[in-house]
Structure formats: C-alpha cells, structure tokens
Design a protein around this ligand. Sequence first.
Ligand SMILES: Nc1ncnc2c1ncn2[C@@H]1O[C@H](COP(=O)(O)OP(=O)(O)OP(=O)(O)O)[C@@H](O)[C@H]1O
Length: 458
Amino acid sequence: MKNLYKILIVDDEVEYQHVLSLILSDVGYKTATCSNGQDALNYMEEQAVNLVITDLKMPVMDGMTLIREIKKKHPAVDVIVMTAFGSIESAVDAIKYGAVDYYVKSGDMDDLVIKVNRLAKLNRLEFKNTVLLKNQNDQSFFLESLSPLYLHLLELCQRAADTGISILLLGESGVGKEVIANYIHRLSSRQHEPFVPINCQVFPEGVIDSELFGHEKGSFTGAIDCRAGKFEQANLGTLFMDEIGDLPLSTQGKLLRAIESRKIQRLGSNKSLSLDIRFISATNKHLNQLIAEGTFREDLLHRINTLTLTIPPLRERKEDLPSLIQFFIQKIEQEQKKKVSHVDQNVMDFLLSYDYPGNIRELKNIIERMIALSKDGRLTSSEILLPAGNSCASPVQQDDILHPLKEARAFFEKNYIRKALERHGGNVAKTSKTLDISTRQLWNKLNQYHLHENTRDK
Ligand SMILES: Nc1ncnc2c1ncn2[C@@H]1O[C@H](COP(=O)(O)OP(=O)(O)OP(=O)(O)O)[C@@H](O)[C@H]1O
C-alpha cells in the first residue's frame, strides 16, 4: 500500500532533498522533490500528492505561505514542516496554519519515518472508512432460501469466498448478481477492505479506461485533475465488474494485462502500481457467443471464470416469494416510514403468481410503489398498475382504474420508463434513445418519478 502514498519533499538544500527521498523511498513510499513553495504548488497542480514535507525558509515562496496555499487548494493533503534546531516557535506557527506535525532537521531520521508511517496509515483508514460507509446501505439483503437451486448457489459462494479465485456470475438482469458478489466479498478475508462495483456498460469507450485505471492530470482533454481509478480503490479488496461483456476490446486487453501482472498504470503515467485485488465479474450476455462474434477475448474469459456461478431467475424459485415479499415490505416500511397493516388477497395472489421478468429488482419496485401509494396502511390492487405489455398479468381490471386522467397518465409514464430502464439494464443513455427523448428529459422524468434507484448512474 505504501507505493500508493506519495510524498513531496520541498527544500532548497538539494542534498537534503535527496537524502530524505532516498530514506522514504527505501521504506516503500513514492517520492518527488521541489526546491521552493512555488514549484511545489505547480507540481501539485499536475500530480496527486498525499503528504508534503517542507522546509520553512526557502527562496521564491517560503514554507509558511506554501502551507496556507496547500490548505486552500488541496485541503486533504497533509503537511509536515521541517525546522532547524532552536526554531521550534516557527514550527508551532506552522501547525496553527494547518501543518499536522513537525520534524527537527538535526533529529533522528527514524522519527520522521515513524511520523510518516502514522499519517499514511491514517490516510488508508480514512479511505477505507469512506468506502465501507458507502457499502453499508447495501448490507440488508435477503439471503435465505427454500429453493434447492438457490441454496446450492449460496453454498458454492461460501466455499469459494476465501479462496480468492476469480468468479464469473451469470444471470438475467435484476437477479441479484451484485448482491451475490457483495455476499462473497463479505464472506472472504477481504471483508474489511473495500468492495468496489463498476458497471462497464455505463461508460462510453474512452471513459471506461480512466474509470478503471485512473488518470494523471492532462492525460486527455478534460482530465483537469488526477484521479485514482476503481482498481486502486479496490486494492486489497474486491473489484466487481458488472456487464463485463460490454467492455470495449481495447479495454479488455488492458484488463487482461492488469489481471495477469497484478499491476496497473494510470492513464498518462508510466509508473506501475502493484495491486492485490479479487475479481468478480458478471454479465447477462452469452460470452461464448461474443467470442464467436469477435467482440470478447477468449483469453480474458479464461482469466475471469475460474468459477462460474449462475443465479436462477426469480420465476424458478417461486418458493422464496412469500419470504422475499415479507422482507421487502419490512425493509421498505422502514425506508419510507410507512406502516403496512393489510395486503389485499388479490394483491398477494398476484405477487405470488407473477413471473417477474425483471426479477428481484422488479419485485422490490412493485412493493416500493405499492407502499408509497398506499393509504391507511392497505396495499390494494390499484397500486400495482403495471407497464404496458404486462397488463394481462396484472390483477387490475380496466374498469377498476377510476383515476383522474392526469394521474393515470403519470402512472403509465412512470411504469413505462421503469420498464424501458429495466430492458436496458438501467442504462440511461440507451433508454433515452429507445424512448426517443434526450437524456436530460429522461433525467427530469426520473427525478419526477423517483426512479434513480432503477438506473446505473445512482
Ligand atoms: N437477495 C436479495 N436481497 C435483497 N435485495 C436483493 C436481493 N437480490 C437483489 N436484490 C435487489 O434487487 C435489485 C437488483 O439487484 P442487483 O443489482 O444485484 O441485480 P443484478 O443481477 O446485478 O442486475 P443487473 O444485471 O441489472 O446489473 C437491487 O435493488 C438489489 O438490492
């Protein structure tokens, strides 16, 4: 991990710069050097830095001004000041301006290394914390089953979790491939490290490389800042690559090299970063067919499918519907702060017999919608209005729909958009094309109907 922590040493004494740089790179850190505050700021405009170790007295721009500028422009960057023996007061001033620590130049270099190690560790913990907090909301899944098919799947997940092998998850849209990937991660010894999902379908060719591998500032038009990619974010943890069948061929080549060498390079950088990542991929496409068509690399398939797990569609595990319905009602009651006291029999009959082409995602959406529209804690059939094309599966009779036209139109529109999104796996760009409206118009509708959850770009 140390090689992902970059330290900028700022000192007008070139020899001292070199000594420090040698010592810190010797213990594994990435280092760079500058001779004054202005050069350091220029450097930081171009390259990502985690820590600046700066002298105070320097020409052009002194250390104190540099600290103030860093705190203004790069508040997340830590600063340690170096001071000559006997001028501790200026170090104390520097701490007032935002430096985290100081080091007396004539002191033991080991002390400085200890300070740096402590900051690097804190930095890693903060990063992990942010990723873990992000994942926390996704923890409440229903992973019990009466279905032999699904039970077998869960057992395979448990057996494979701690082996670190690459897993390929197959299954229709909405069956819970990401949920299963997250489950495997939480069962593995990497559970306290990040679980980082990326949907390969969302990003256009050209953007996906920078999302995966990160970039340095200026590496392409629009790269106004340097950024760590999903690989770096997932280091020590699990990278979940959803819709891997949609990766452009050029990115497939880079991915293959990264998996084989366990190293990546940010776009615009020629430095290699060593990473330790567990790969889980998913697709609802037939990869063998894509290989035959020449749009998916066979050698990549062999790297990602050490174990292939197929998640059954919901219609093939209907015995789990009663528990899943109960689970979602309770979960959504809490989320929406509404209580459900009664579910009409025809609603329950429908929920238990419907085929759910959109799988668990569709079941969850139906229950969410019913609870959102419910009055007096009752779930009634008038809230199940399904999108066009499914009306025969709905228990709602045409003459039951005695809503104002405006309301009925909104129901239709919302459900139609939801269905279109489901067909395109939550991809907003593709959905807007099918619906023949601009992505901006679609986003407005998604806002209006609270349909963000159904998109990839939540
Ligand atoms: N076992 C489960 N328990 C609770 N919720 C679930 C479960 N499986 C899926 N879901 C919910 O269903 C929705 C779809 O799940 P997920 O994104 O994992 O499916 P997917 O197969 O990856 O879909 P896609 O192929 O469209 O990416 C999510 O809202 C998820 O929280």
